[in-house]
Design a protein around this ligand. Structure first.
Ligand SMILES: Nc1ncnc2c1ncn2[C@@H]1O[C@H](COP(=O)(O)OP(=O)(O)OP(=O)(O)O)[C@@H](O)[C@H]1O
Ligand SMILES: [Mg+2]
Length: 451
């Protein structure tokens, strides 16, 4: 099987957030070899476009042919095309050897700069849209291309249908990023029917590159041989992820992060591996049995802070770690979302020191505390008696409050946090560490130090 190749014909964004740069990152993250033909060089950051230089059409055509003649193209996308001459040049090539084509009819940058000359809109409509597999206008672009005024989802559907029927692409997806509301709804019109693609609207100003990443992801999926509907669905999930994990770089609209798609998977594996390593350490040290509390040992590790949005991003041991007579044993292999209490503690700790990503609950006893102090570990604590009633009322918030108290008391994230318990609550000691294996090793040291 030949490795799939996607070609982007678009402008360069010196800030790396949109354009060719976003497209190539997206192709890479989706397992497709990316090639490019640069139509214009922009000097750009998160705030403004400060310069644009179009590339000669002759050189654009050479770039496309160089790729097509040797490497081959399984799908292509267009982004910033700037002028009618460039549009004609791209249309000529695609018309002569049809490949699945995604046309992102880029007109205006996020920062408000014009990226397509007014006189080129007609060329776009007449020469390029008919060749497209999927066209991906945002709301203002859909309005400009179809004349349909859009204020709500019903009109988004209308615009998508009009665009397909009037200009002849196979499909159109009108993006809902520019509408308001709690959800971001894109409308796909293909083969005479509609599909709405929904995601939560992410509350962020960092959306530089959303449109480029979305259309590039569709092209990548088409290059791999997926159909239009599946490609658009994957692209929607992909861009949503890139927005959730967007980067707060620059003073304006920071870039979305297409690389997070792969990076998160890698980090999830690393976390699970660290937990497995930790379990081996604990299971091969019989002394650890003496650390098992009534509630059994809970050991967790979080994804790095920038990917840790909630307890589902923290892995733990389902069924916890129990004393099986001659040693301790995990009830099940580690999994994400397996803990809520210790997970919330770790998430809170990471707000203060994002290097400390793991924790375990062990038995509270004076003997264990003595062993801990002998190791020279920094110990802090909180007392449920000081808990304000407002915190007490909110289900599950005691632990976050307690962690705050313990950190405040010693001025930094300690190695150990003691919770002396309360009515119906077993007292517990939390062992903290950078990763699960470090926590496990500390636990073994504590257990070995017991007299
Ligand atoms: N705040 C957000 N939260 C979630 N999804 C969003 C958000 N903003 C945009 N999207 C999604 O991102 C994709 C791109 O849509 P958008 O309307 O932003 O495109 P665009 O205006 O062409 O972007 P660009 O300015 O980068 O060209 C769509 O799938 C849209 O639903
Ligand atoms: Mg756009």
């Amino acid at each position: 099987m030949k490795h799939p190749v996607a070609l982007t014909v678009a402008g360069s964004d010196s800030g790396g957030g949109a354009g060719i740069e976003a497209d190539l990152k997206t192709f890479a993250a989706l397992g497709v070899h990316g090639a490019c033909a640069i139509t214009a060089v922009t000097a750009q950051n998160t705030v403004a476009v400060t310069g644009v230089q179009e590339i000669d059409t002759e050189l654009i055509e050479k770039q496309i042919r160089a790729v097509a003649d040797d490497i081959g193209v399984d799908a292509a996308k267009t982004g910033m095309l700037s002028s009618s001459g460039i549009i004609s040049c791209v249309a000529r090539y695609i018309g002569s050897r049809p490949v699945p084509l995604v046309v992102d009819p880029v007109m205006v940058s996020k920062s408000g700069a014009k990226l397509l000359r007014d006189d080129a809109i007609r060329n776009l409509q007449e020469e390029l849209l008919p060749l497209a597999t999927v066209v991906t206008p945002n709301i203002p672009e859909a309005e400009a291309l179809t004349g349909v005024k859009i204020t709500q989802v019903r009109e988004v559907r209308e615009a998508a249908r009009v665009l397909v029927e009037r200009f002849g692409p196979k499909a159109c997806v009108v993006k809902g990023g520019h509408l308001t509301g709690e959800r971001c709804v894109d409308v796909l019109y293909v083969n005479g029917s509609f599909e709405e693609l929904e995601s939560p609207r992410v509350a962020t100003k960092n959306t530089h590159g959303t449109g480029c990443v979305f259309s590039a992801a569709i092209a990548a999926e088409l290059a791999k041989g997926s159909g239009v509907i599946q490609s658009v669905r994957t692209a929607k999930a992909f861009v949503t992820n890139a927005i959730i994990h967007s980067l707060g770089l620059g003073r304006g609209a920071g870039p979305v992060d297409p690389s997070s798609w792969l990076e998160i998977e890698r980090e999830r594996l690393l976390v699970l591996n660290k937990l497995k390593e930790a379990l081996e350490v604990l299971e091969s040290s019989p002394a650890v049995r003496r650390l098992v509390p009534e509630v059994r040992i809970n050991l967790v590790m979080s994804l790095p802070a920038r990917y840790a949005k909630g307890v589902s991003d923290v892995a733990g041991v389902p069924g916890r770690i129990t004393d099986v007579g001659d040693r301790v044993r995990a009830a099940a292999p580690p999994a994400f979302g397996a803990s809520s209490h210790v997970a919330r503690a770790v998430l809170k700790v990471m707000e203060h020191d994002d290097r400390v990503r793991a924790a375990a609950d062990i038995r509270f006893s004076d003997e264990i505390l003595t062993a801990i102090r002998r190791l020279g570990l920094l110990v802090s604590s909180y007392d449920r008696k000081d808990e304000p009633p407002s915190v007490k009322k909110r289900e599950g918030s005691t632990i976050q409050w307690g962690v705050e108290q313990a950190i405040k008391k010693v001025g930094r994230v300690p190695d150990i946090i003691c919770d002396p318990g309360g009515m119906g609550k077993e007292p517990i000691i939390k062992v903290l560490g950078r990763d699960a294996a470090e926590v496990a090793k500390t636990m073994v040291k504590i257990a070995d130090g017991l007299r």
